[in-house]
Design a protein around this ligand. Structure first.
Ligand SMILES: Nc1ncnc2c1ncn2[C@@H]1O[C@H](COP(=O)(O)OP(=O)(O)OP(=O)(O)O)[C@@H](O)[C@H]1O
Length: 266
């Protein structure tokens, strides 16, 4: 049955990998409901299963237990678009063709797809480079192209796996602000993985803190910072600092557990 809005429900989700050293339980008993149009971030210690969870949401991997329910309206839009940490632009295509790539696959007419691509290229500040090729761009610019392509696809859900993790701080802040601006306009349901509490706080409606391996829900924190957000300004507020402290104290326990597990394995 089609729904009015896009939301995600995970029920008792689990994932076990079969490895040569025996089964590895990556995720266990995950119960989450992500609202339509919500910006939902995931933080957790290294190896707690963040990427595994996102891959299951993207349909790139399957759960071993439980259910994933993605409620989508009846439309011909793609269900999801994924942005990875590594720049995933096609080197043989210009910036405009990279951004328009998903639209071309869906048979969108040339004029329309370039008009859509142009809109997002402008939003990410690369209009002058629309005809350039990836080898002529910096790392930050290539990542901008990946973000523009994901939005141009107009998916129901945007899945982002540390998309700004490899960028220097200046580029990271600029892209975070651009992502916020585009998200405010589109209100796409977004699931965003990051190692940065600051990044999660600046962007999100709620943050899921995961436990150390095997990953499950430690807590979900509502981020009641006002929108629209100016990243530089929001960081100076008392509430930002309170939330940062709360999240770090919760996360720290799990990071320490994760480290202890790593040492026990070696
Ligand atoms: N294809 C696979 N086969 C076997 N084990 C896997 C596979 N993919 C992930 N794992 C294991 O599942 C666990 C979760 O991995 P995952 O990459 O999802 O964690 P993560 O939280 O994204 O880590 P990081 O923050 O370091 O990127 C880890 O113990 C990892 O070794």
């Amino acid at each position: 049955m089609p729904y009015d809005d896009t939301g995600i429900i995970l029920k008792q989700l689990g994932k076990v990998f079969a490895t040569s050293r025996g089964p590895v339980t990556a995720l266990t008993d995950i119960n989450i409901a992500i609202g339509a149009g919500e910006f939902f971030s995931i933080v957790g210690p290294s190896g707690c299963g963040k990427t595994t969870l996102l891959r299951i949401l993207a349909g790139l991997d399957t759960a071993s237990a439980g259910k994933v329910k993605i409620m989508i309206p009846a439309s011909d839009q793609p269900v999801n678009s994924m942005v990875f940490q590594e720049q995933s632009v096609f080197p043989w295509l210009s910036v405009a063709d990279n951004v328009a790539y998903g639209l071309k696959l869906r048979g969108v007419a040339k004029k329309e797809r370039y008009a859509i691509a142009d809109k997002y290229i402008r939003m990410i500040g690369l209009s002058k480079f629309a005809g350039s090729y990836p080898h002529q761009l910096s790392g930050g610019m290539k990542q901008r192209v990946s973000v523009a392509r994901a939005f141009a696809n107009n998916p129901e859900i945007l899945l982002m796996d540390e998309p700004f993790g490899a960028l220097d701080e200046q580029n990271r802040i600029l892209l975070q602000q651009e992502l916020l601006k585009i998200w405010e306009l589109n209100k796409k349901t977004t699931v965003f993985i990051t190692h940065s509490i600051d990044e999660a706080l600046c962007l999100s409606d709620r943050i899921l803190i995961m436990t150390a391996h095997p990953g499950t829900v430690k807590s979900i924190v509502k981020i009641d910072l006002p929108r629209p957000r100016d990243i530089a300004q929001i960081r100076t507020t008392l509430r930002y600092n309170e939330l940062f402290q709360n999240i770090w104290l919760t996360l720290r326990e799990e990071v320490l557990k994760g480290k202890a597990l790593e040492l026990a394995d070696n």
